[in-house]
Design a binder for this molecule. Structure first.
Ligand code: AMP
Length: 630
């Protein structure tokens, strides 16, 4: 299928292009300097970091080209055995930053937990476990086990008794297994607290401390947190020994003359969204699309070629000569799209690049600024489009802060938009031909056909248009996806974290108490709504006097019983106890899990509430569910 190629203006680089600097002005550096800086602050190779041959081989196989900044700094420090505080959020590559070094310490022959990773949610526990499993592809016998609330104890006990080298778990469930002595940490070498600020926000910090108190004295501890609230700092001071503190600087930069927009990934494959967007973008000429792995550059280039775009991959596997060839082709218009990794695209200066697409979000603001600086060159206006998964919203906000410019949400073009654009282009082409020489000859043929077929010239024109567009339909069929709910500034929804590859959670529009079985894809799930149906009010043995807040209760119930927060009804906070409304018909397993659940270290002892009707008590505070929606 051939899609219409976008026209190109073969602008050659002017000899004095440096006199026309990119509108992306970093406060200190020009392009050359920036290149040097990037090279020095971010080693080009995982091999420089001290990882074993086995892991290096795996990283090559899975297509990781260069370490992200947080990896470049954390991996050597952790390999040296330091405790570490890493200030990093999702999207920076922090998982590999702690996972790879801890894997180097594992003795596969010893089937005992040697590393424990605590995460705030079960979704994150699964994601981290999956990441470790993928890095262990060349480590036969390596076993990682996610354990989290809401999963059946029977299964977990069986898995624990079979043994695992790494446990990834939510604090409540890990505590439970430690208490029951079904989890033994005597052989622990590494403890990781992932997203510590989230654990604090969800009310798990006491549980985390409880666990920290019960780990063997000799082990390495790494704490990762996007922010560093006082309480987290206090935990770090108490439990970490002389930690190295690693923070990825958010270089501030001003970005002018570049239109910046983002699309929140939902309801459609990124590839389909990309082609839709590219098709309707007004001043499209050429694009550089950034992805994270070498493998992804090749895959995306193949897919775009199959859709008729002139696209090629640019990655570190290409030698210098091949790279230069790709860039020359982009300059000359032989290629319209180059799919690149950060390293391969360093310093590219092609004035006709009208668009930069961050198909995968960059690791940090520095990379973002560098990427989008590939457009808007030689005094032209550029466009930067960023794809943001719901869990990466924080990174989006960080980028906005660092660049001091808001990034506007982009509404995906509808089918009608695409059709209109195609029709306009088609009309434009016809109009061009109407002015061409030699039309008389064809006009004569059209008259003959009309006469022979006994139809009007309009119908003949329609038939010819259809022929001309064969294989290049002007209309696109299918449903338009529902737009994603707009994210709130500075926040992200816990429910948005979902397992990367396989969707394992049951999250239909019915209340879900279990974590087994298939669940519909996120885009098919209904939007959040107020709880409906029968609700039962329960009482729990924690209240205001224990320092408990609504968010603590929601966090504990959501995690331990696997009940999404939108199905948790009103919460009443009393001094010594609280009430919470939950959907009727809770399975015994979820109810049992809740009986054992702790909030701020105290067992909640959930039971049906036989007390006064809500509102009768003085001092009761009722919160509409909205008040704890995140
Ligand atoms: P994280 O911030 O740990 O959630 O990682 C975000 C994404 O980046 C995951 O899909 C990782 O597989 C990917 N990733 C992490 N490190 C690298 C790397 N050095 N090269 C390419 N992709 C990476």
């Amino acid at each position: 299928m051939i899609r219409p190629r976008y026209g190109c203006i073969g602008v050659l680089r002017s000899p004095d292009h440096r006199a026309n600097p990119s509108p992306v002005i970093n406060n200190v550096k020009g392009d050359e300097e920036r290149k040097q800086h990037l090279m020095s602050s971010t080693p080009d190779s995982f091999a420089d970091l001290g990882l074993s041959e086995t892991l290096l081989k795996t990283l090559t196989e899975i297509g990781y080209e260069t370490p992200s900044p947080i990896q470049a700094q954390c991996i050597p420090a952790l390999l040296e055995g330091h405790d570490l505080i890493g200030m990093a959020q999702t999207g920076t590559g922090k998982t590999a930053a702690f996972a790879l070094p801890l894997m180097e310490t594992i003795d596969v022959k010893l089937m005992k937990p040697q590393a424990l990773i605590l995460t705030p949610t079960r979704e994150l526990a699964i994601q981290v476990a999956e990441a470790l499993q993928s890095y262990a592809k060349n480590l036969p016998g390596f076993h990682v086990l996610p354990i989290y609330g809401g999963q059946s104890y029977t299964i977990q006990l069986k898995q624990l008794s079979r043994g695992a080298h790494v446990i990834v778990g939510t604090p409540g469930r890990v505590m439970d297994h430690l208490e029951r002595k079904t989890l033994n940490l005597d052989n622990l070498k590494t403890l990781v607290l992932d997203e510590a600020d989230e654990m604090l926000r969800m009310g798990f910090i006491d549980d985390v401390e409880w666990i920290l108190e019960r780990t063997p004295a000799q082990h390495q501890t790494a704490l990762f947190s996007a922010t560093m609230p006082e309480q987290i700092r206090r935990v770090a001071q108490k439990y970490l020994v002389d930690p190295k503190e690693i923070k990825i600087k958010s270089a501030t930069a001003t970005v002018a003359a570049i239109r910046q927009v983002y699309w929140q990934v939902s309801g459609m494959h990124k590839l389909d969204a990309l082609t839709r967007i590219l098709e309707v973008e007004e001043d499209f000429d050429a694009a550089i699309i950034f992805v994270r792995t070498k493998t992804a550059t090749v895959e995306l280039a193949d897919k775009l070629n199959a859709r008729g775009y002139a696209a090629a991959a640019l990655n570190g596997d290409l030698n210098q000569q091949m790279r230069e060839r790709v860039i020359e082709q982009l300059k000359s218009g032989a290629l319209d799209i180059v799919i690149a990794t950060d390293v391969a695209a360093r310093g590219i200066d092609v004035p006709r690049v009208s668009h930069v697409v961050n198909y995968d979000i960059p690791y940090d603001t520095e990379a973002y600024v560098h990427r989008i600086g590939r457009t808007g060159r030689a005094g032209r206006t550029g466009n930067a489009i960023l794809f943001v998964a719901p869990r990466e919203i924080r990174m989006l906000r960080t980028i906005e802060r660092a660049t001091r410019s808001p990034i506007a949400p982009l509404t995906l073009p509808s089918r009608a938009d695409v059709t209109n654009k195609r029709v306009t282009d088609f009309k434009g082409k016809v109009a061009e031909v109407l002015n061409a020489e030699g039309l008389d000859f064809f006009a004569n043929i059209v008259s003959q056909i009309a006469e022979e077929q006994n139809v009007g010239a309009e119908e003949v024109a329609a038939a010819l248009a259809m022929m001309a567009q064969e294989g290049k339909p002007l209309q696109i069929v299918g449903e338009d996806p529902r737009p994603a709910p707009a994210p709130r500034p500075g926040s992200f929804d816990r429910d948005d974290r979902k397992p990367r590859s396989n969707e394992r959670f049951d999250r239909g529009d019915k209340p879900s108490f279990e974590s087994r079985g298939e669940r519909p894809r996120r885009e098919e799930r209904p939007a959040r709504s107020a709880p409906s149906g029968d609700m039962v009010r329960y009482r729990i043995d924690v209240g205001r006097d224990h320092g408990v807040q609504v968010k603590d209760i929601v966090g504990a119930i959501a995690n331990e019983a696997g009940i999404e927060s939108r199905f948790i009804g009103r919460i009443g906070l009393y001094d010594e106890s609280s009430t919470v409304e939950l959907p009727a018909g809770m399975p015994a397993e979820a109810a049992n899990a809740l009986k054992r659940t702790r909030v701020r270290g105290l067992p909640i002892n959930l039971r049906p509430d036989e007390g006064r009707p809500e509102g009768a008590s003085t001092g009761e505070r009722s919160f509409k569910k909205k008040s704890f929606d995140r």
